[in-house]
Design a protein. Sequence first.
Length: 204
Amino acid sequence: MQNLLRALKRGESEIEKLRAHTEGTWRMVGRLGRMIRELLEISRISGRIHLEREEVDLALLIRESVSRLDPQIVQAGSEVTVLASEPVPGHWDRTRLDQVIDNLLANAIKFGAGKPVEIVVDGLGPMARLEVRDHGIGIGPSDQARVFERFERAVSRRRFGGLGLGLWIARQVVEAHGGTISLSSAPGRGSTFTVELPRTVATG
């Protein structure tokens, strides 16, 4: 913001220069906002997560997330493909699943090196299955387990930024629903995150 204000005070009127200043500022504000939300989320889910369950179509949530993150997708130069056996209904917390999907898709875009991203969602009897696959930098075997822990990362913080909370939050939400989240990856060959969720609430 200071850079932008200085440019305006100097009377710089080139639209492209001011646009570049503004876009850079907007990206920084977006990163700051995400970090604040993630830090606040720690306090919200440090104990038991309270779920507001309702009938939700997982395939529809996927498409909404892709639309929501379209600016990031365009900026990264990625192409996102959704393969869904629609609808894929289940009894889940819509807001919490939005978090999971957004975090997984944002990760795929961020570390996908501008290559295609595929999202596959289907219903397998009592379970729903979601896969988010990128073809980017990948994650080594020694780092795969710890990426789901708080503040843990498998990449350079300086290069990629972030707090290392997105996958931890995703795991907490998935497990609160009685589901599982796993990772299959290899350096230079991309990553596939797989989420499996019970479509109904367990009883008894």
